[in-house]
Design a protein around this ligand. Structure first.
Ligand code: 9WN
Length: 418
């Protein structure tokens, strides 16, 4: 093993708790949903038992209705807001947050299964994964095709400029009468400039307090929540998750279930092509169901549609031009957002993130765009080799940003260098 791979393994070991891995010891001390999925992908090749355990723990935080929470608070920890008392949610066994995150757990489970060939693990996970994806269709879709989220944190791309107009469409004080809170994420002046603004945080917190006041009741929140967004990133991953669940069922010999999920993938893909494509930008965008409008922002989220093989060949040609001309003109690909007020250092407003690059590289290879995929993969490895396992990176200078010894950066390095 190279020194860098050894170091990646030790980051994951250091961040490992009992059956799960925290994203970062300095910023995120609990189990996060899509983080654990990316971590399992990286662990599959070096410690398959830990990879399986990671996913089992993640799925054991699932609610009875099939919601897989964004955060599971398995153990007490200091230094993160909002913690368990703020959410007042859970499944009886563990306290959790009241929102979800993109269902990378299914592609990750398929990856771990295909790496280990462990049929018993596949059969153990199948009903849980099915319950989770069924929840998306039953509880989080207006038309049975595309799915929606009700908090920016649920998208994983928390302060994406795509959410600004939705967050601006309501007054946080109209949905909660308590906006008192203390942020824990600005541990230094440098980090303050890299994290979301207070304006964003007021709205994040108001949405949490509204959810809690309504006991996290889906039907009530569908009526009351001012943020109901068909996020393109979540939908791209959802479509891929449906395909991957179908592949797992096919491997188990259940063709009828496999067909059911293939049909769902096709139906959701069609919905995305129809409602989320933006010809002028040459990408897919998210959709605001409350105000009935597209959120026309050129975010890397739209490009991740390739992970779900969503673009038609014609759409892919426009999307590739957009990717090359607007995103890959920076020294390091692929920035999270390009356009007015792009901020190279602030969170999801411009920096490069490894998990998104991993989705992109995988998807681009599915379209045979080898050269573009190679460029993004090589940029990613160069950044990780030079800067270490940082959380995100400035696309112009490559400087590492956010927390250090960040788990999914280490995990995806391991996957890329297998
Ligand atoms: C809120 C853990 C998470 C990631 C998200 C990333 C960041 C949390 C925060 O950290 O969000 O979920 O407090 O900033 O945006 O994608 O899952 O790494």
């Amino acid at each position: 093993m190279t020194d860098r791979r050894d170091e990646a393994v030790s980051v994951l070991r250091e961040n490992r708790h009992d059956g799960y891995t925290i994203p970062s010891a300095t910023l995120y001390p609990y189990q996060w949903n899509w983080d654990s999925a990316f971590i399992a992908v990286g662990l599959a090749g070096v410690d398959p038992e830990a990879a399986k355990r990671e996913l089992r723990t993640l799925l054991s935080a699932m609610w009875d209705n099939g919601m897989a929470p964004q955060i599971a608070f398995w153990a007490d920890a200091e230094g993160y807001f909002p913690g368990p008392d703020e959410w007042e949610a859970g499944n009886g066994d563990v306290q959790t947050s009241g929102i979800t995150q993109p269902p990378v757990v299914v592609p990750a489970a398929r990856h771990v299964y295909e790496t280990t060939g462990d049929d018993a693990f596949r059969d153990e996970l199948l009903p849980l994964l099915d319950r989770h994806l069924s929840w998306w269709v039953d509880e989080r879709s207006f038309d049975g095709d595309t799915v929606y989220v009700r908090h920016p944190w649920a998208t994983g791309m928390d302060d994406s400029p795509a959410w600004l107009s939705v967050l601006d469409s309501f007054d946080p004080e109209d949905i909660t009468d308590d906006l008192d809170y203390v942020r824990e994420d600005r541990k230094s002046d440098e980090l303050s400039d890299q994290r979301p603004t207070d304006w964003d945080y007021d709205r994040y917190v108001a949405l949490v307090r509204q959810g809690k006041a309504l006991d996290w009741d889906e039907a009530a929140l569908r009526e009351a929540c001012p943020f109901l967004v068909e996020d393109v990133l979540t939908n791209s991953i959802f479509v891929r998750a449906c395909d991957d669940l179908a592949a797992l069922y096919a491997a188990a010999g259940d063709e009828s279930k496999a067909n059911e999920w293939r049909r769902q993938a096709e139906h959701s893909r069609a919905g995305m092509r129809e409602r989320l494509w933006d010809e002028e930008l040459g990408t897919f965008v998210s959709y605001d169901r409350v105000n009935d409008r597209k959120l026309r922002v050129n975010s890397v989220a739209g490009l991740t549609s390739v992970f779900g093989e969503v673009p038609t060949n014609e759409q892919f040609a426009s999307l590739r031009t957009n990717l090359r001309e607007n995103f890959l003109r920076y020294d390091y690909g692929c920035p999270s957002y390009v356009g007015p007020d792009m901020d190279y250092d602030r969170y999801w407003r411009g920096p490069v993130w490894m998990n998104v690059n991993w989705l992109l590289v995988d998807g681009l290879r599915r379209y045979g765009a080898t050269e573009t995929a190679d460029r993004i993969e090589q940029d990613s490895l160069e950044l990780l080799d030079r800067e270490g396992f940082r959380e995100y990176f400035n696309p112009e200078t490559g400087a590492g940003r956010g927390s250090d010894r960040f788990s999914w950066s280490a995990a995806l390095y391991l996957d890329w260098t297998t």
